[in-house]
Write a protein that binds this ligand. Structure first.
Ligand code: SF4
Length: 245
């Protein structure tokens, strides 16, 4: 299991109160901009797990297309597990790295079906968050982002998925340092937020939308952003310079 991933594990440095306040300010402004969403499962847990495995470095549209084609061709999870590898790779080819994802999906399904007797991970709802994270991240190809997303979205556990958009926006604003990678960002950002699944969910969704629509990777649209006065990147790179004496 990744270290220091849940709130109950100690971080060496206590969260800075000013940084916590800044994080909540970012949360409030971005939720106001992108809208608040109810925390309710969007898809059943096995769907969420396997679809999120397909989502790595892939657009939402291609993730959905790959998932639909896989289900259309093979029907059941057992059939996906037992499919000839080249056929599964072909079914999910619109997602990136299908040759990596296909064997991981089959190995993950095999583990789940062998351990649980069926393709069902509903048991995660009733076990402690740390235990659920440990189990999920022990599955082939399941990293901390996928595991936290399944636990937050499906079971409302107090964890925070950090995808590429959440990571980039957090880094530019200055909630995490410039050298913090996405895996390391999980416990750091979690520690800056209340242990409230509703807030964690809306923080994730609003930073994700912000990264997709405004804080673009190549050319952030700062003129449309409500964070310019508190964004480190903006203040260092785009803020009008005041003339020096
Ligand atoms: S001010 Fe610019 S760089 Fe900062 S979060 Fe907004 S869009 Fe991104």
């Amino acid at each position: 299991m990744p270290k220091n991933i849940t709130r109950s594990l100690d971080l060496e440095t206590p969260p800075d109160a000013a940084l916590q306040a800044k994080t909540m300010l970012v949360y409030e402004r971005l939720v106001a901009l992108h809208g608040e969403r109810p925390l309710k499962p969007r898809r059943e847990p096995m769907y969420e797990l396997i679809s999120t495995m397909l989502s790595h470095r892939t657009t939402e549209q291609n993730e959905a297309t790959a998932y639909a084609e896989m289900r259309r061709r093979f029907g059941t999870w057992e059939a996906v597990r037992d499919a000839p590898l080249n056929e599964l790779i072909d079914a999910i080819k619109v997602s990136n790295f299908p040759e990596v994802k296909a064997p991981n999906i089959q190995a993950t399904l095999s583990r789940i079906i062998t351990e649980r007797g069926e393709a069902d991970i509903e048991f995660l709802r009733d076990i402690p968050t740390e235990e659920a994270l440990e189990w999920l991240t022990s599955l082939p190809g399941v990293g901390i982002k996928t595991a936290t997303l399944v636990l937050l979205f499906c079971f409302h556990k107090p964890v925070l998925p950090v995808d590429t958009h959440v990571h980039r926006v957090s880094q530019r604003v200055g909630l995490i340092g410039p050298k913090v990678n996405p895996t390391a960002a999980h416990p750091l950002l979690l520690n800056l937020l209340p242990a409230d699944p509703y807030i964690l969910f809306n923080f994730h969704v609003s930073l994700l939308r912000h990264g997709q629509k405004i804080c673009l990777w190549k050319d952030p649209r700062c003129e449309k952003c409500p964070l310019t006065d508190i964004c480190n990147w903006y203040l260092e790179n785009r803020a009008p310079k005041t003339p020096s004496n």
